[in-house]
Design a protein around this ligand. Sequence first.
Ligand SMILES: NC(=O)c1ccc[n+]([C@@H]2O[C@H](COP(=O)([O-])OP(=O)(O)OC[C@H]3O[C@@H](n4cnc5c(N)ncnc54)[C@H](OP(=O)(O)O)[C@@H]3O)[C@@H](O)[C@H]2O)c1
Length: 237
Amino acid sequence: MVKLEGKIAFIAGGAGNVGEGIVRSFLKAGATVITTSRKQEKLDALRDRLGEITDNKFIPIVGSLGDIDSAEKLRDQILQKSDRLDAVVASIGGTWKDGVPMIQVSMEDWEKYILTNLTTHFVCARTFLPVLTKTKSSSYTFLGGSAAENTIPNYSLVAIPAAGQLMMAKVLMEEMKDSGVRINEVMINSLVNTRATKEAKPEWITADEIGDYVAWLASDEAHMVRSSVPYLQEQSR
Ligand SMILES: NC(=O)c1ccc[n+]([C@@H]2O[C@H](COP(=O)([O-])OP(=O)(O)OC[C@H]3O[C@@H](n4cnc5c(N)ncnc54)[C@H](OP(=O)(O)O)[C@@H]3O)[C@@H](O)[C@H]2O)c1
């Protein structure tokens, strides 16, 4: 069982489908979990789904990572409640249901997905990595998907930001290799079985399995894992 007692984690996107599994795993491992959503009702619904494990270690805050000012406001609110952060997880972004060929993508959709799936990661990393440098043995984990590396037609608005996000993670790993912060990007090479999945397949990874892995990555047991891109694969079972 992963141990995160005494650790304080910020899970960006914790009210999302994958984020919920990550929040649950961190709480089960004993961490204090701060998470954010742009909507209070999503945080209320998350608390209801988590149930008793929230105890007094679940700290939801309404906020956005869409621009630097909002993110810095969020950071200041977090640092008023807690003197430090030990771990940050960026489970941000969303899928694109009405995929069309690239040459039919509207400017509006292009800007929307670059913001949601790429700019948010830049804003989150730029705001919270400096906070983590002040804590010994801290970690920053990006969540990524296989669209970053596999060419899928009509999926450009997920794939292009995902590829940019992976390079962002690699640049930060290099630039901050002496900072003391362990930066990793967990690549999910599977569809994910989440609360939103209508017909799950047994080979898909579950949000809680991702959560357990990411919680381990934030623990002291994973002290040797840095600047890595581990792949979580779907598999028959
Ligand atoms: N689901 C899958 O099958 C799958 C597969 C491979 C990889 N992944 C990866 O898993 C991660 C999460 O995906 P998901 O399926 O959980 O997506 P999701 O359910 O759509 O959740 C995305 C989260 O991103 C947050 N977000 C978006 N824009 C934001 C902003 N401006 N400020 C703050 N937060 C913002 C949302 O917060 P709000 O609560 O404010 O809306 C939401 O909680 C992504 O990195 C994705 O690449 C997922």
